[in-house]
Design a protein around this ligand. Structure first.
Ligand code: AP5
Ligand code: MG
Ligand code: ZN
Length: 217
């Protein structure tokens, strides 16, 4: 299956993508996670990405599109992939379409995780991310078994530098301006499926499984 997961910042894209990856063994490609890893490793990409991410702005398309295409050409993406956080504007969506046509590939479904704005900020404030493997937790809604340590790899859990209230507000604004129009873009292609993301994690995942099981038929 070739899938996209879209939604506002904090909607639960990464959380659900990780559950989809574990259950269906579909490579989960998060552009945000790729940038955060580069920032941690202090690479050239990381230094550039940080200057945009810390303000809640988009990293320029020239950087992001090439990076995703390079990742999609790896062997593990031949039959399936799940893109989380890309595309994020019309230029990226068009570049992805061109890439797919060129490689004779087709998206099966775009999962849109829908959550009201007032819930998002509560999720962001309590979010903790593993500094080693990127797994996401929430102090209130999805706590780790041991305080500040990842259940999966025992890595240290950190607060994301772009999870400050002001930066979050700008991310939401950037979403409305740039990413929201993609809902209609994929609706027009007939592949958009919206899910109520304002439910417990497992129930959101249950709805996603229902959608994906119909695609598998
Ligand atoms: P990115 O990392 O993609 O951030 P985002 O879109 O703002 O989304 P988040 O990761 O904040 O939220 P999420 O939907 O994944 O929610 P999560 O599952 O963590 O991008 C970061 C930055 O990188 C961007 O601002 C930009 O600068 C740059 N960037 C990335 N991609 C780019 C691109 N294509 N082009 C240009 N720039 C790009 O969940 C949130 C919290 O809620 C967690 O604590 C979780 O445990 C909890 N939670 C999840 N689901 C539930 C639930 N059902 N009930 C209760 N709690 C829940
Ligand atoms: Mg995420
Ligand atoms: Zn971890």
């Amino acid at each position: 299956m070739k899938l996209l997961i879209v939604g506002k910042p904090g909607a639960g894209k990464g959380t659900q993508a990780s559950m989809i990856d574990s259950y269906y063994h579909i490579p989960h490609i998060s552009t945000g996670a790729i940038f955060r890893e580069a920032i941690n490793d202090k690479t050239e990409l990381g230094v550039i990405a940080k200057s945009y991410i810390d303000k809640g702005n988009l990293v320029p398309d020239e950087i992001t599109i090439g990076l995703v295409e390079e990742r999609l050409l790896k062997d593990d993406c031949k039959h399936s992939f799940l893109l989380d956080g890309f595309p994020r504007n019309e230029a990226q969506a068009e570049a992805l379409d061109e890439f797919l046509v060129k490689h004779n590939l087709k998206l099966d479904c775009v999962l849109n995780v829908d959550v009201p704005d007032d819930i998002l900020i509560k999720r962001i404030v309590g979010r903790r991310v593993c500094s080693n493997c990127g797994e996401t937790y929430n102090l209130t809604f999805n706590p780790p078994k041991r305080a500040d340590l990842c259940d999966k790899c025992s890595g240290k859990l950190l607060h994301r530098s772009d999870d400050k209230e002001d930066t979050f507000k700008n991310r939401l604004f950037v979403y409305e301006e740039n990413t929201a129009p993609l809902i209609e873009y994929y609706q027009n292609k007939g592949i958009l499926k919206s899910i109520n993301g304002d439910q417990p994690l497992d129930e959101v995942f249950g709805d996603i499984k229902d959608i994906l099981s119909k695609l598998e038929d």
